[in-house]
Design a protein around this ligand. Sequence first.
Ligand SMILES: NC(=O)c1ccc[n+]([C@@H]2O[C@H](COP(=O)([O-])OP(=O)(O)OC[C@H]3O[C@@H](n4cnc5c(N)ncnc54)[C@H](O)[C@@H]3O)[C@@H](O)[C@H]2O)c1
Length: 246
Amino acid sequence: MSQHRPGSTSGPAGAVPALPDLPEATVARLPEYLRALHHCAETGYETVSSEGLAAAAGVNSAKLRKDLSHLGSYGTRGVGYDVALLIDQIEYVLGLTQRRAVALVGVGNLGHALAGYDGFASRGFHVVALFDADPATIGERIHGLQVRHIDELPAVAAETAIAIGVIATPAAAAQAVADQLVAAGVTSILNFAPCVLSVPPNVDVRKVDLAIELQILSFHEHRKSTLTALPGGRAAGTSGQEAVGS
Ligand SMILES: NC(=O)c1ccc[n+]([C@@H]2O[C@H](COP(=O)([O-])OP(=O)(O)OC[C@H]3O[C@@H](n4cnc5c(N)ncnc54)[C@H](O)[C@@H]3O)[C@@H](O)[C@H]2O)c1
């Protein structure tokens, strides 16, 4: 099987091929496939079936086959997917063939944990700068990096192209920090602060909020408890509101 840049469309000679516009849900599952594929490779598997890969990634196999078809990857009947090739394809699509520089702003409780997390480096991300506004934190060294004042962001960004800015400040400071990151040329932001950021259209923001995840689990807990409270533990067709009141 020859190596092929997944789903690329041909452009003018010498131009970088455009990536397909993948469904966001597919993009969100690709890192799971990649993690499972790396595990296959580390445990000596050269091929993997769609069912095996789907189980390892925690999705159903029909969804996995559909996702991978967007990449132009269909596997071989009776053999499955070539593990090394699929790793290459997914890493290419996710832009993981180059290490991306990450700057972290806000080195408090969460920021300390993020700054010391080894998982970024092993997945292709390089934390290049740490910023804070508190004089008590500035100058501190974490994993060999010195925390700098946020006002130094433009100078640091001029020296080192920052691909992704991570915001771990209180919500009240997050918009101003986002504005500073954008002004410094950063076009991808991972926001841990519990607030909505306003950014120009060319800037991508992803939000991580564990409290929201807990609230969603709380909804499911609530729903399960209301369903089991019904006579016979009826499993569908009744809203939680009605069940609570019954
Ligand atoms: N996403 C999640 O799941 C999750 C989990 C925990 C906390 N949080 C959020 O993460 C953020 C940080 O939480 P924490 O517990 O680490 O708070 P913290 O108070 O310990 O740390 C915040 C840090 O941001 C710095 N800071 C404040 N204003 C700044 C500015 N303008 N520029 C640069 N640095 C600035 C502070 O000096 C401090 O060091 C909060 O918004 C919190 O709600 C999110």
